[in-house]
Design a protein around this ligand. Structure first.
Ligand SMILES: Cc1cc2nc3c(=O)[nH]c(=O)nc-3n(C[C@H](O)[C@H](O)[C@H](O)COP(=O)(O)O)c2cc1C
Length: 203
């Protein structure tokens, strides 16, 4: 699929991609990479980051009051703000989102750069994908993340992907089922078409 920006030779829209797991062999990070490639095939520029690189402490109001918001939060929040949309891979721990992911979102919702706490998330298109080794494929965590990010003001794409049985779902770093590749292409297209037009205020 060719998007309108490619046809009109406009600058690519930009999406920030991150996973709620930083485990070396993370299935969710693998799924994130596959979805990011699909998004790139739609003409979107995708920047993948690891939340490990931000080493965020557990949110603590006293820490915030005494030392301010950590520099790494400012950086991550700045990245979220300057991208047109988000692609998030959501693993499931005990039926919900991972603490790593929730903690990062909580920190990034704090007002710290002269803007309202939730400003970077307002109407930001977000696509959620997730996988787990179980039969429900992170379905419960994804629904929680949808609720969390909607509460933060994001425009979460109505469709998402919950890929079950992760250990069988991938082969040689790709999706084992070619039909699933098509699902990911269609899903990432839904995000691509929801991204706002080129922003005037970006470099
Ligand atoms: C603390 C913990 C809780 C988990 N709870 C669930 C769960 O509720 N549902 C599920 O399908 N898998 C659960 N799992 C298994 C994960 O799906 C599995 O560890 C998966 O590989 C995590 O994602 P990752 O590969 O991206 O790190 C849990 C794993 C951990 C470590």
């Amino acid at each position: 699929m060719t998007n309108i920006d490619q046809v009109l030779d406009r600058p690519a829209k930009r999406v920030l991609a991150f996973s709620g797991s930083v485990r070396r062999e993370s299935w969710n990070s693998l799924l994130l990479n596959i979805a990011a490639d699909a998004l790139r095939s739609h003409g979107v520029s995708v920047r993948g980051i690891s939340l490990r690189d931000y080493a965020l402490p557990i949110y603590d109001g006293d820490l915030e009051e005494s030392r301010g918001v950590p520099q790494s939060v400012l950086e991550l929040r700045g990245l979220i703000r300057e991208h047109d949309g988000l692609l998030v891979a959501c693993p499931e721990y005990n039926g919900s989102v991972t603490p790593l992911l929730k903690n990062a979102l909580d920190w990034c919702s704090r007002p710290c750069d002269g803007l309202g706490g939730l400003e970077p998330f307002q109407l930001k298109p977000v696509l959620i994908v997730g996988t787990s080794i179980g039969p429900f494929g992170a379905l419960r965590a994804i629904s929680h993340l949808r609720a969390i990010m909607s509460k933060m003001g994001a425009a979460v794409v109505p469709e998402d992907l919950a890929l079950p049985n992760a250990q069988a779902a991938f082969r040689s770093g790709a999706l084992a089922d070619p039909d699933m590749e098509e699902v990911v292409k269609a899903l990432t297209w839904r995000l691509a078409e929801q991204l706002p037009g080129p922003r005037k205020d970006r470099s």
